[in-house]
Design a protein around this ligand. Structure first.
Ligand SMILES: Cc1cc2nc3c(=O)[nH]c(=O)nc-3n(C[C@H](O)[C@H](O)[C@H](O)COP(=O)(O)OP(=O)(O)OC[C@H]3O[C@@H](n4cnc5c(N)ncnc54)[C@H](O)[C@@H]3O)c2cc1C
Length: 98
């Protein structure tokens, strides 16, 4: 689980870097940022859920910060474009491009 957290972190960092590079270089492709946002939110949710699991019963309590991190990760799937809406953007871009 720890290894997968590291893999997720590096993957999302690359996605965000690509989206930022495109903005900096005047490339207008909303699907890149939608992919970065959706994937980042989903992987944050997975990593924090796994973090609670690693902590066991303590992970569920407010004694340790991981339960709050898990709730905060959930928010990433909801605000500033829910994960479903990001997927609509991604699918639409794929269909239009073809
Ligand atoms: C802590 C917090 C802070 C926020 N801060 C801000 C802020 O600063 N500014 C601001 O403007 N808003 C803010 N919001 C609002 C946030 O952007 C909305 O909650 C978000 O856009 C989802 O809208 P909704 O809650 O109306 O859900 P709904 O639009 O009712 O959606 C409910 C569910 O249905 C899904 N859904 C909706 N349409 C489709 C579709 N076509 N296909 C598939 N699934 C669909 C959604 O993905 C979601 O899971 C905040 C929300 C929270 C919780």
């Amino acid at each position: 689980m720890i290894a997968e957290m590291g893999m997720a972190y590096e993957t999302v960092k690359l996605l965000y870097s690509k989206a930022a590079w495109e903005v900096d270089n005047g490339v207008r492709r909303t699907s890149t940022s939608a992919i970065a946002k959706a994937m980042g939110a989903d992987l944050a949710m997975k990593c924090t859920t796994d973090a609670v699991q690693v902590f066991g019963g303590y992970g569920y309590t407010k004694e340790y910060p991981v339960e709050k991190l898990m709730r905060d990760a959930k928010l990433m799937q909801i605000y500033e474009g829910t994960s479903q809406i990001q997927r609509l953007v991604i699918a639409k871009n794929l269909l239009v491009r073809r």
